[in-house]
Design a protein around this ligand. Sequence first.
Ligand SMILES: [Zn+2]
Length: 208
Amino acid sequence: MEHRKLTWAKKVPRHKIKKLYEQDAKGIYDEELVDDVGLSLYVRVDSMLMVTSSNLGKAVCIECRTEIPHNYNRNFLLKCSKCGWTILFGEFNDSYKKQTLHGYGALPELKNFYEKYPLAKTYAEKMFLIDWLIHTFHGNLHERPSRPTATNVIEGSNADVANLIFTLAYGEGSTVAAEELDKWLDKHKRSIHKHIDPSTGKNREILD
Ligand SMILES: [Zn+2]
């Protein structure tokens, strides 16, 4: 069967996020970098929304975005009613497995970013949305959040990502609030990643 090769958006490299915050802290508002990071996050979130929809029973046509309900059977033929794109569900499912693209726990946050980011015009508006997204969790408002959304959208191990969030720069020029880190750390301590010490990027000794 001939079909377009399925590719999903990659995660954003840590060094770009790090540089964005370092410059922001110094009052250097790099329009090109904020667009680069923001649009990379946007396409990654788009991929996550498509994969999550498929995991919930509705695949999304990669050509025209029409929803295609399926029954999770590997031999089920996904066929777009609008443009005719087809693929076996099993093959479609394999294309996104193990890529940390499932976003069920963070759906309200992912949708919010996806809807608002294209409307952001200024550097500060873009920076605010980027900062907001990378400080959310799956189960963002739950007593026990699951995992940091940053691990879905930023490259590196869970520990690497936690350490990146911990070490993001804030300063006189910052357009974003350092308090977001405190809130994030509080959620992190209650999350399934609580074994990771964000300050070192290593596992901490659990004393309880
Ligand atoms: Zn289609």
